[in-house]
Design a binder for this molecule. Structure first.
Ligand code: AMP
Length: 421
């Protein structure tokens, strides 16, 4: 299936093509037709599955099809509520990218910054508002935002919303929404409190569940390298220069990061290609073909781009960056050790990734062997940009070593202040 099969309007198809999207992710394939049919949706899926586009594309299409006269003042017709500022910004950027040829306008409001720039944007008139709950209610109370014309409501990351204590804000908000609307509710998990909340928001609805693979491929040998951010590339070069790394996928969290890794490897005389959303489909295919036929040993990929990689004998998966979603770790390492061959997953962990490591450990319930015998062990001297304020009179808490889980605690946490995710 391609996006062309989803009955999307031309301005959206054009934008998706420019984004480098050809095939919809499973959540997009399942949700877009449901949403284009004006049904409510309960989506059980997490970030990284492509869920933003799954709701942004149909909302843009609805608004595009019913857009009114250019000269008429725009009012908020779609409201997306999400728990954090980062998510809000990302969602706003997605609407802007996918909607760039539709003439539909969005803006983003979140707390922690002055409201002036946000209220200025609101005054100009927008069709879509992306908001975090606190600032949204605040601006509503001040009269800057009215929800009376809202036809589409999205509650994103509902479980995180509850964990962050937003339940009362959400309830107040729901009370202000028009009864007649299309509602979308997304959550990575579905504990009873979330099911209850979803029932208070959704009418008759369809459900789409995208399950992350839960088990770690047993054949995969897993190794962990504590290394500072600044030394990750050096360590990668050292490891790739070892003979046994014949076909390796290096995972980077960002497209920009993937390009940088390829550049550094190139300088070190190691041929590598990046595959990610900013690369054209032919470029990705070329890289993939060279990797498959063995003429290229190293692919550097982002998680979504790697979805299309179907190669059986990958010898090594290298987590250059640890994923912030633990299930993604399982997905990544599952790419090696397939078709009866054994594989190895090497993970780099910098100081500010230790919280991710803890989450992964919790999920896989498996030991990862810490490799200390390498040239760039993390001695904790790297100065990180976001120092953590600490009461000097209080003893430092050691988050990462508990006498029992020794394999995870062979390195002590750094003596310097660290950023804490
Ligand atoms: P999300 O789960 O919405 O945070 O999306 C994760 C990442 O996947 C984002 O960087 C998107 O730009 C990218 N993405 C979403 N859908 C697709 C697609 N169909 N093809 C390629 N990349 C996608």
């Amino acid at each position: 299936m391609t996006f062309n099969d989803l009955n999307l309007v031309e301005p959206i198809l054009k934008a998706l093509k420019e984004e480098g999207y050809t095939t919809p992710t499973p959540i997009q394939e399942q949700s877009i037709p449901i949403l284009l049919g004006y049904n409510d949706l309960l989506g059980c899926a997490q970030t990284g599955t492509g869920k933003t586009a799954a709701f942004a594309i149909p909302l843009l299409q609805h608004l595009f099809n019913t857009r009114s006269n250019e000269n008429q003042r725009r009012t908020i017709k779609a409201l997306v509520v999400t728990p954090t500022r980062e998510l809000a910004i990302q969602i706003g950027e997605s609407f802007t990218s996918y909607g760039k040829y539709t003439g539909i306008r969005n803006t983003v409001v979140f707390g922690g910054v002055k409201q002036k720039a946000q209220t200025n944007e609101l005054r100009k008139g927008v069709d879509i508002l992306v908001a975090t709950p606190g600032r949204l209610l605040d601006l509503m109370n001040q009269g800057f935002i009215s929800l009376k014309d809202v036809e589409f409501f999205v509650l994103d990351e509902a479980d995180q919303m509850l964990d962050m204590g937003f339940i009362h804000d959400i309830k107040k908000l729901i009370a202000k929404l028009p009864q007649k609307r299309q509602s979308l509710f997304f959550s990575a998990t579905m504990p009873p409190a979330i099911v209850q909340l979803s029932a208070s928001i959704l009418g008759q609805h369809e459900t789409v569940t995208i399950k992350p693979k839960q088990t770690t491929a047993e054949k995969v040998e897993q190794e962990l390298y504590y290394v500072s951010k600044g030394n990750k590339t050096n360590l990668l070069i050292e490891l790739l220069n070892k003979d046994a790394l014949t076909s390796s996928i290096v995972f980077s969290r960002t497209k920009h990061g993937a390009n940088k890794i390829v550049k550094h490897l190139d300088r070190a005389g190691i041929p590598a290609e990046a595959i990610h959303g900013n690369k054209s489909q032919p470029a990705r295919q070329r890289a993939l073909n060279s990797f498959k036929d063995g003429s290229l040993n190293v692919l550097v990929a982002t998680d979504i781009a790697a979805r299309g990689i179907d190669v059986d004998d990958i010898s090594h998966v290298i987590n250059y960056d640890l994923p912030n979603v633990p299930e993604t770790y399982v997905h990544r390492i599952g790419r090696t050790g397939r078709a009866g061959s054994s594989g190895t997953a090497l993970s780099f962990c910098a100081g500010d990734e230790r919280a991710f490591l803890k989450d992964i450990q919790k999920l896989i319930k498996q030991d990862i062997t810490v490799i200390e015998d390498h040239s760039y062990p993390d001695d904790g001297t790297e100065v990180l940009t976001v120092p953590q304020k600490r009461n000097p009179n209080k003893p430092r808490k050691n988050n990462f070593s508990s006498g029992k889980s020794k394999r995870w605690s062979t390195r002590k946490p750094a003596s310097r202040n660290r950023s804490n995710r």
